[in-house]
Design a protein around this ligand. Structure first.
Ligand SMILES: *Cc1c(COP(=O)(O)O)cnc(C)c1O
Length: 252
């Protein structure tokens, strides 16, 4: 989210800003916080990708009024299914606690609610993963660097990791020059049964049921980005095979 574009979009109906820490790269949380307090708005971060990420040594989840995080099986830290809402507002936490469990405690009913509780089984999966996270991050960092080394002579771009960010290496997005080049790489990989994801596509503003503003930067990036496979236990040989296939697709 480009903070310089936020203020001109605020109307009397606006109550909150909902930025996404895409691929785990933090938004400009300081600037967004200033805009929010200057306009009396709340900030709700989608931090689904940002487990373990830090800004200047502070958890990314210290920013905003609320952060949400996903513990789905495809995420860096997971409990198979699940997630969390993080806030430092005790009143809000109490409300959310009730919303998550039917809005009641014993025979006292306080609000509407759903069943969004985590089961013991899911929690146990989380406890298995939690102690291994820093090892996961170290390993993924090596994979990230190997990919970059192998792809460095190709006409592709990678997001820069800012110096004040502790990154979790959850994804390895590669930006191609065009959708055509990206698709030729995706198809080439698929010929060898290697699945790289268009993550995210389409740009959210283009969903048919959303009355979206035009978002040219997001639309352009969504059309040409591919997330390459990254997983713990990934063999160095596989990174070389994938990089060679990409090179072959682009040099055709
Ligand atoms: C995965 C993901 C979600 C959804 O998480 P669930 O746990 O499946 O609800 C939301 N936002 C982003 C950016 C995601 O990647």
């Amino acid at each position: 989210m480009d903070p310089s574009k936020i203020e001109s979009l605020i109307t009397e109906k606006t109550s909150a800003i909902l930025p996404v820490h895409v691929y785990g790269f933090p938004c400009d949380a300081k600037r967004i916080g200033e805009i929010a307090s200057g306009n009396n708005l709340k900030v709700i971060y989608d931090g689904a990708h940002a487990f373990g990420v830090k800004i200047n040594g502070n958890s990314v989840f210290n920013y905003g009024d609320i952060s949400t995080i996903s513990f789905h099986a495809t995420k860096l830290f997971h409990t198979i299914e699940g997630g969390a809402v993080i806030t430092d507002d005790d009143k809000l936490a109490e409300k959310l606690f009730l919303y998550r469990a039917f809005g009641h405690m014993d025979d006292d009913y306080y609000s509407v609610g759903i069943n969004a509780r985590t089961s013991e089984f899911h929690a146990a999966m989380g406890l298995c993963n939690l102690p291994r996270i820093s090892g996961f991050i170290d390993e993924r960092k090596k994979i990230n660097l190997l990919y970059k080394e192998n792809l460095k002579d190709l006409p592709v771009g990678f997001p820069e990791i800012p110096h004040d960010i502790f990154y979790n290496y959850s994804y390895f997005p590669v930006f191609f020059r065009s959708e055509t080049e990206m698709m030729s790489v995706k198809d080439k990989l698929l010929d060898d049964q290697i699945s790289a994801r268009r993550y995210f596509y389409p740009s959210l503003n283009l969903l048919p049921f959303i009355n979206g503003e035009s978002c040219p930067v997001s639309e352009f990036n969504a059309s040409r980005v591919l997330c390459l496979p990254v997983f713990n236990g990934m063999d160095e040989d596989l990174i070389i095979i994938i990089s060679d296939l990409i090179s072959a697709a682009l040099n055709k």
